[in-house]
Design a protein around this ligand. Structure first.
Ligand SMILES: [Zn+2]
Ligand SMILES: [Zn+2]
Length: 448
């Protein structure tokens, strides 16, 4: 098998796109273009290609193919650059960047708006994604393990796309409950976008001298499989001591290779089952790979380390009655009156709440799954939905004046635990041992 080509939407819905071409490209099998600065503008069904205000070409789509592909980052002769690529859309780091890419690209016109799509080999795409998302000072065996997890996830999404899986319904709403889950939504004209919505892809921009490049190269074509099918491997920052299962976060499908494990050096330890046992687990500080305060390591693994709390393994927040009531009005559009109780109706294997019942003086309503709960109870997101609720009362009142949430972990907790994996690598574990720990029933296979 040859490695697949992936279509990445670099910029979407623009009324013009300006780009620089370096080296020689062939346009629509007709025109040779070398070292030029060009602008594409939609016009009816067509696209006009302009150089210094002169139209040099027009067609319905523009397809640029480099005369040669780059084999060497240091010497990327055949590439294109786009000014004004918006990154971090809707996040606080939203900004415009000049970015550089390689491979084929095409510009399409949809309703008089332009989209630029880069077609690139999966391995090159992965090198770029891992380099953008990972800190290259992370332990090398961790980068290798992560490369395999990211590759498997990506190839599984390409399969899902073919099966229309991403278009499946993602909610169950009745008068008394709203159970909704969020997954990457499908893009119509390409496989993935280049922003954080899918995975951040900045082409050649940050590749030079990055250890991620070597980690992807050394694991070329390697994926996790189960029953000969590529695993839809998920990952999150910190499981909280036990990993979660797929069906508790997304669709009600059980994936054996994502079965919950205890993220500790003794993975046979008993897992909590009853509400009481979960409460003890979340309120205690059990041993786990991701239970680390090693600042040096965390700095290497988490790019945004300086901006975040170090208490992600076990955390605690307080929400006042009025703040909570207001949050629910804004986030859920529901006036509960005064909030009397928050009741976990169902938890997943890691303790993450899957269904939370909110009892107010005016209304009762149940929400889920984990991401919806994390959104509803915080201005941004709670670290996770694995928490225990402690109502606090003022004397003589039966309405809590505030709620204390004792929580565990960061993210959905399914599959690969990034901080746990990094700790394993720093303790000398090899990438295959790390993968065996998080995906005990999956096989490690080189498919191309
Ligand atoms: Zn996307
Ligand atoms: Zn963990």
């Amino acid at each position: 098998m040859k490695q697949p080509i992936i279509k990445v939407g670099i910029i979407q819905n623009q009324d013009s796109i300006t780009f620089n071409i370096f080296g020689e490209f062939i346009l629509n099998n007709k025109l040779k273009i070398k070292d030029r600065k060009l602008t594409a503008i939609p016009n009816g069904k067509k696209i006009f290609l302009k150089e210094n205000d002169t139209i040099i070409y027009s067609d319905e789509t523009l397809n640029f193919v480099p005369v040669k592909n780059n084999y060497n980052i240091e010497d990327a002769k055949y590439r294109f650059e786009i000014e004004n690529v918006m990154i971090g859309i809707d996040f606080h780091w939203e900004q415009k960047e000049r970015e550089s890419f390689e491979g084929n690209f095409l510009i399409i016109n949809k309703n008089n708006m332009l989209t630029l799509i880069n077609e690139i080999e999966v391995e090159r795409y992965l090198q770029s994604v891992i380099a953008s998302e990972m800190n290259s000072e992370s332990p090398f065996e961790y980068l290798k393990a992560h490369s395999i997890v990211s590759r498997s996830w990506l190839l599984a999404q390409l399969e899902n796309r073919k099966k229309n899986y991403l278009k499946e319904q993602k909610f169950q709403i009745t008068d008394t409950e709203k159970i909704i889950w969020h997954d990457k939504t499908e893009h119509e004209d390409f496989d993935v976008c280049a922003d954080d919505h899918c995975q951040r892809y900045q082409g050649l921009t940050r590749l030079k001298g990055n250890a991620a490049l070597l980690a992807v190269r050394e694991t070329f074509g390697m994926v996790l499989t189960y029953n000969q099918k590529i695993c839809d491997t998920r990952y999150s920052k910190c499981c909280g001591g036990i990993t979660e299962e797929f069906q508790n976060v997304w669709q009600d499908t059980y994936y054996p290779y994502l079965k919950s494990i205890r993220d500790s050096r003794n993975s046979n330890e008993k897992k909590p089952e009853s509400e009481n046992e979960f409460e003890n687990f979340i309120k205690s500080n059990p041993d786990a790979y991701c239970n680390t305060t090693d600042e040096n390591l965390l700095k290497k693994v988490l790019n945004e380390f300086d901006l975040i709390t170090k208490d992600f393994y076990r955390w605690k927040i307080e929400i006042k009655q009025l703040a909570l009531k207001t949050l629910f009005e804004i986030k859920l559009g529901i006036d509960f009156g005064e909030i009397k109780e928050l009741i976990p109706l169902e938890r997943g294997k890691s303790g993450r709440i899957k269904k939370l019942k909110i009892v107010g003086t005016k209304k009762e309503f149940t929400i889920g799954k984990e991401l919806e709960i994390r959104r509803a109870l915080s201005e941004k997101h709670l670290y996770s939905s694995a928490f225990v609720i402690e109502p606090v009362f003022k004397e003589g009142s039966d309405i809590p004046c505030k709620f204390i949430l004792h929580g565990a972990g960061w993210g959905h907790g399914v599959g690969f635990c990034q901080i746990g994996g990094a700790v394993m690598a720093s303790e000398g574990k090899k990438f295959d041992e790390i993968l065996k720990h998080y995906f005990p029933d999956a096989d490690l296979v080189k498919i191309y």
